[in-house]
Each structure stands twice: as structure tokens, then as C-alpha cells.
Design a binder for this molecule. Structure first.
Ligand code: C5P
Length: 246
């Protein structure tokens, strides 16, 4: 399992059929036993588990030892440092048994290339969804939309595998010809009637997939549901029309 990419999304090139269950489970606010239960149950129906809190608590090695047998693991560690440091840290995740990690695209092209040298599937963070239009604009000097496009272009230039973008951005980013080959991973979707929690720009899983997402990050709607596997099955059914037209 370690370092193998068969459970991760493959770039959406022309003629490629979308993966059947394009989901990462966000294993936030759960303990190790709950994470094991979730991945044991869902492992074959998802691309992988996305982890940060549990890595902070128990360490990457322990997490991989306990969980990599059930699903591919994405360490959502959002690295942002010098290229050498990022390369070395990425190798630690690779050696531990992770399949993917995330890095901040704002760390630069050389840093992303260094991360990629680990052989991991590298996921670049564009603009954080917690930054609203004004804060994002003040920080980057350009509208959020332009900044997200610039960051996605940098990710593509660096040759990494995927970007994380919001439900509001995936539609225009996924249509840009210069970004072809990148996977678009989108958190913050909610089916109709579901609680939105602290997510600011929610859209439904079906709309997000129709807008060109390669994969969804499914968090509380599934993970915090009374019956997570039933909640996951409902999302599988919901997005089926988007997969049918691919
Ligand atoms: O809200 P949900 O539980 O579905 O969140 C899933 C993932 O979305 C989290 O692991 C986090 O990384 C991301 N997130 C986000 N924006 C927020 C809150 C969470 O992108 N405002």
C-alpha cells in the first residue's frame, strides 16, 4: 500500500473514466479506534483517509502502522518550508506508509518540486476556504479568483498531482486548459438539508462533481453521522449522475 497510487484519483485526461467513489474521508475530531472503524468499513469505497489531528496526537508512523492496511492515507499536513526541509519531511511520510501529503502552493514551485521528489502524491493548497474575499484580496493583492488561478498554475508548473480548491472555485479552475491533468479535490460539500457547520461556501456533492471536481473531501456529513456508512452510500447515490456523464 505504501507509496502506491492506485487508490488515489488519476488525472482527468480526455477519455478517462472517472473513479467510481471519488472520496476522501476527513478523519477530524475522531480517535484512533473510530478512525480504524471508519476506514475498515469504508476503505474499499473511498480513495483514502485524510488526517491531520491524529498525526499531531500520535505521530505519522503510528498512524500509518494502524491505518494504512485499510485505506490509502493522505497526511493533510500542509507543509510550507524550504525545499530541502519539505523534501525530507515528505520522505518521512513516504517511509511511514503514507500515499499523499498536502503542501501550501504559496511555498513556491521549487518547494513543490522538492515535495514531489519523495514519490508521494502531492496535493497543493490554493487559498484557504476560511479566508473570505476581502481578506484573501488584501493578502494577495488580487481577487480571490485570480489568486486561486495563479496558485493552481504554479501547482501545474511544478508538476504536482492535485490542488485543493473550494466549491466556488472548482468550476472555473477545472475548465482552464493550462490546468489539464491536475486533479481537483474539493472540501465543503453538503447534501441538501445537511448542517453546514463552519463551512462558508457549501454546495452539494452532485454540483461539485458536475463542476469538474476529481474528488470530494467528505467530513462531518459522513464522519459525524449516526451511521457513517449509510451516509457515505447516500453520497455515492447522489453523485452517480455526475459520473454517468463523464
Ligand atoms: O466540514 P467538513 O467536516 O466536511 O470538513 C472537511 C474538511 O474540510 C476538513 O478536514 C477541513 O480540512 C476542510 N475545511 C475547509 N473549510 C472550512 C472547514 C473545514 O476547507 N471552513
Amino acid at each position: 500500500m505504501s507509496g502506491e497510487h492506485e487508490h488515489l484519483p488519476v488525472a482527468k485526461v480526455e477519455g478517462y473514466t472517472l473513479v467510481k467513489n471519488p472520496f476522501y474521508l476527513a478523519l477530524d475530531r475522531v480517535d484512533l479506534d473510530q478512525a480504524i472503524g471508519l476506514l475498515k468499513g469504508a476503505g474499499k469505497n473511498i480513495l483514502g483517509g485524510k488526517l491531520h489531528q491524529l498525526i499531531d496526537r500520535l505521530g505519522a508512523l503510528r498512524i500509518a502502522e494502524e491505518l494504512a492496511q485499510f485505506a490509502a492515507l493522505w497526511g493533510d499536513v500542509k507543509l510550507h518550508d524550504t525545499p530541502d526541509t519539505v523534501r525530507e519531511r515528505a520522505m518521512e511520510y513516504r517511509n511511514a506508509g503514507f500515499t499523499a501529503i498536502s503542501v501550501h502552493i504559496k511555498g513556491g514551485i521549487e518547494m513543490m518540486q522538492a515535495a514531489k521528489e519523495s514519490g508521494l502524491y502531492i496535493i497543493g493548497i490554493t487559498e484557504l476556504t476560511s479566508l473570505d474575499e476581502e481578506v484573501s484580496h488584501l493578502g494577495s493583492g488580487q481577487p480571490r479568483k485570480a489568486s486561486a488561478l495563479k496558485l493552481a498554475r504554479d501547482a501545474k508548473l511544478a508538476g504536482i498531482d492535485a490542488v485543493v480548491c473550494s466549491t466556488k472555485e472548482v468550476g472555473y479552475l477545472s475548465k482552464r486548459p493550462e490546468l489539464k491533468g491536475l486533479d481537483f479535490i474539493v472540501p465543503g460539500s453538503r447534501s441538501a438539508g445537511q448542517a453546514t457547520h463552519d463551512q462558508k461556501n457549501v454546495d452539494t456533492p452532485l454540483n461539485v462533481m458536475k463542476n469538474g471536481a476529481t474528488a470530494l473531501v467528505l467530513g462531518r456529513q459522513v464522519v459525524a453521522a449516526a451511521d457513517p456508512l449509510t451516509a457515505l452510500a447516500a453520497v455515492v447515490d447522489e453523485i452517480a449522475p455526475a459520473l454517468a456523464v463523464a
